[in-house]
Structure formats: C-alpha cells, structure tokens
Design a protein around this ligand. Structure first.
Ligand SMILES: [Zn+2]
Length: 157
C-alpha cells in the first residue's frame, strides 16, 4: 500500500509539459471509467441532450460480466456506442493495479485489450489510454511503457 501511495505521489509531483488547445471555446472531456452498463443506458441519453460525446475507457475483461454487483457493458453496447460516435478508450484488459505490474506484463495486458477492442472500432485507432485508478508509474505516463508518450497506441492487427 505504501508503494502505491508513493507512486501516486510521485506521479502527481512530476512536472509535465502542458499543451495549449487551439480554439476560442472551453472544452470539457467527459469520460467513463470501466464502462458500467449505466454509462450506456443513462450516460448516452444525457450526453445526447447536450449533443455531446464521451470517451469510454473499456477493459475487455468486464465485457458481458457483473463484477461485485456492477453490471458492465456487452458486445452490443460497444457496437452501439461506436455507431453513435463515442470514443472507446483503451484500459488494461484485466484492470489490474498498473504500478504493480512489470513493464512486460503491462504492455501485454494493454495489447490484449487493444486486440479485444479492434473488431468494434470500425477501423478507427485507439487514441486514449487510462491507467488503473489513475495510478501509474512514470514509465506508463504516456501510454505503454516501451513507447514514447507521443507515439500511437499499439497497432491493431
Ligand atoms: Zn478502470
């Protein structure tokens, strides 16, 4: 537990290079972590009221399952989400504590999730990645541990 707290502290204290967005209007990013079923059944109609779209960080291991009383998305939800123009974001397939994984295991888990999601993307690329509970070691701050922060997510084959 101390190691987890320490990695979170270090991640918060690390200097990052902010990026300025072009455009005159403020932008809000609406995201859903883990894609519980209610993010589709309740979240999408709310977003539609404001003509907004969201990003759904999806862990493949949750597809079609109920875990600890939480019902998660299924295949049909993923297809409908993409058809409605929302973004699917990459998460680890197994939704494991990111800081505790070896670099190789983290990369394999992320690649597994990318392969799982590929059939639902209609050819689009994964452009976002969320680390488990926002906990990440510095090696994962940009995305995969063996990739530069500005490089694309894993190739989907
Ligand atoms: Zn999550």
């Amino acid at each position: 537990m101390l190691a987890m707290r320490l990695t979170r502290f270090i991640a918060r204290m690390t200097n990052v290079r902010p990026a300025r967005l072009l455009g005159a209007k403020p932008i809000a990013s609406i995201t859903f972590d883990d894609f519980p079923k209610s993010a589709w059944t309740v979240g999408v109609p709310l977003l539609a009221q404001y003509k907004a779209r969201g990003t759904y960080y999806t862990a493949g291991n949750f597809c079609g399952r109920t875990v600890e009383g939480m019902e998660f998305y299924d295949d049909a939800d993923l297809r409908a989400l993409v058809a409605a123009g929302h973004e699917i974001g990459c998460h680890g397939f197994g939704h494991q504590p990111t800081p505790s994984l070896s670099t190789q295991t983290l990369a394999q888990d992320m690649d597994r999730n990318a392969r799982f999601l590929a059939p639902f993307l209609n050819g689009a690329k994964l452009e976002s990645y969320a680390a488990w509970r926002r906990a990440a070691r510095l090696r994962a701050a940009g995305c995969a541990p063996d990739r530069r922060a500005d490089s694309p997510l894993p190739a989907i084959t």
